[in-house]
Design a protein around this ligand. Structure first.
Ligand SMILES: [Zn+2]
Length: 236
């Protein structure tokens, strides 16, 4: 079950676009195939849970997409839904140009004068490609935050540690240890749970998705120079 689906013309329909009356009308009037699931393109059906939550579900069978793809869609769903709670209208698959090439963000929004992209990465990508894509965003004046599928996070942070040991510490692991973070790449992992999901990061970062997004909005997800880690500042 998800909070949004797509119409045949590609536009996104979110449960929060409907009040109870409009939702009832949709349930009575939609035709099978008119709404499709964002994960696999199968027909979607609007439903209401026993505790009155609106959602879309697969019309017939279970979703046939891989765990990675299901993670991707759930992650995107949660992020868009929590941003709505903060009154932010996020756009999906927004693209743009920079002098270093074009970009296309999984989730994109603007708040005051800030442009913010959230990349939800479930497939393998080399560290240099993360950095290349990040540079396109920064040269277009877009802040970009990376949210990774846990196995990808483990691979990437291992690469970052090796990179730091080689470039900053002359090939020797520093005795005080190091966090797998570099200032130019804000990144965390997202574990999707049945009831709740959590954001996991370096230096003990462990947060709800909602609090993590709030920390981005409030400039509280920052790179702390002296610790060499991306952290969420807890109090103001
Ligand atoms: Zn599906």
């Amino acid at each position: 079950m998800v909070n949004f689906c797509q119409k045949l013309d590609g536009s996104v329909v979110h449960v929060s676009d409907y009040d109870d009356q409009a939702w009832q009308l949709l349930k009575e009037s939609y035709e099978v195939g008119e709404l499709v699931m964002p994960c696999c393109g199968a027909a979607a059906v609007p439903k209401t849970s026993s505790n009155f939550l609106k959602f879309f579900a697969h019309y017939s069978e279970e979703c046939s997409t891989s765990p990675e793809s299901q993670w991707h869609i759930k992650a995107k769903d949660e992020i868009v839904t929590f941003l709505k709670l903060f009154d932010i209208e996020a756009k999906l698959e927004q693209s743009g140009e920079s002098r270093l090439g074009s970009w296309k963000a999984d989730v994109y929004f603007e708040i005051e004068s800030r442009k913010v992209a959230i990349e939800i990465q479930h497939s393998y990508q080399h560290l240099r490609d993360y950095l290349k894509r990040q540079l396109r965003y920064s040269s277009a004046n877009v802040e970009c935050y990376w949210i990774l599928y846990r196995p990808r996070y483990i691979t990437l942070t291992t690469s970052i540690s090796k990179y730091r040991i080689k470039h900053e510490f002359g090939g020797e692991i520093p005795s005080e240890g190091l966090f797998p973070c570099i200032p130019e790449l804000p990144l965390v992992a997202l574990d999707v749970g049945k009831d709740s999901s959590s954001i996991i990061g370096a230096a003990g970062l462990n947060s709800s998705v909602e609090n993590f997004l709030y920390s981005i909005l409030e400039h509280k997800f920052i790179y702390q120079q002296d610790r060499g880690a991306w952290i969420v500042i807890q109090n103001s």
